[in-house]
Design a protein around this ligand. Sequence first.
Ligand SMILES: N[C@@H](CCC(=O)N[C@@H](CS)C(=O)NCC(=O)O)C(=O)O
Length: 206
Amino acid sequence: MTDLTLYSMPSSGNSYKVRLLLALLGQDYRHVPCETQSAELEQAKAEGHLPLGKLPALHLEDGTVLSESNAILWYLAAGSEWVPGDPLTQAQMLGWMFFEQNRHEPVVAVRASLNSYPHLKDQAVPQVMAELLENGHALLQLMEDHLQGRDWFAGQAPSLADIALYAYTHTAGTRGGFEMDRFPALNAWCARMAALPGYVGLFDHA
Ligand SMILES: N[C@@H](CCC(=O)N[C@@H](CS)C(=O)NCC(=O)O)C(=O)O
């Protein structure tokens, strides 16, 4: 994997997951930033660089394009320490990655988007924001409960589950307005993630 091009949205957690894994793996890549509402994003769509119309999209050396953030993580991490070796822990990791896309992202990330992107302000009506807040707190509590007595989401070491869940959890307070003081185990886990060798933050990219 020497010639990788990543189309990613700088402010998006789904895109950040991939940038974070690439950094943790020490893997070089060409970055094409396409922020929301930007000419670059429209151009990437018009030129066919985003087959599913969404970011992130990873272009491989042979021209193959991979979509869906968690599928891209799976491809990049194959054979690395980021995928547990035994099938049970691997299935637990995948379970948290599906949870992230099916339940966490549609609530935690959506509230952050409504809160922080000016073009979505019209949708950020009080009832919607209140429901997302309540539902998000319940999801974060599930994660908090799971982390009692354990450092990582699946198995004894950090895995793709941690990267997938970290992307939108670490900004749930600052961008989403969630009350993160309620979740000490989650906050400690976020600190462990940020201390990993090679870690980059959401906006630490070319
Ligand atoms: N399930 C997809 C979600 C991708 C997605 O919704 N990307 C958004 C940014 S978070 C996007 O490309 N938005 C630009 C647009 O819809 O025009 C993934 O995990 O990759």
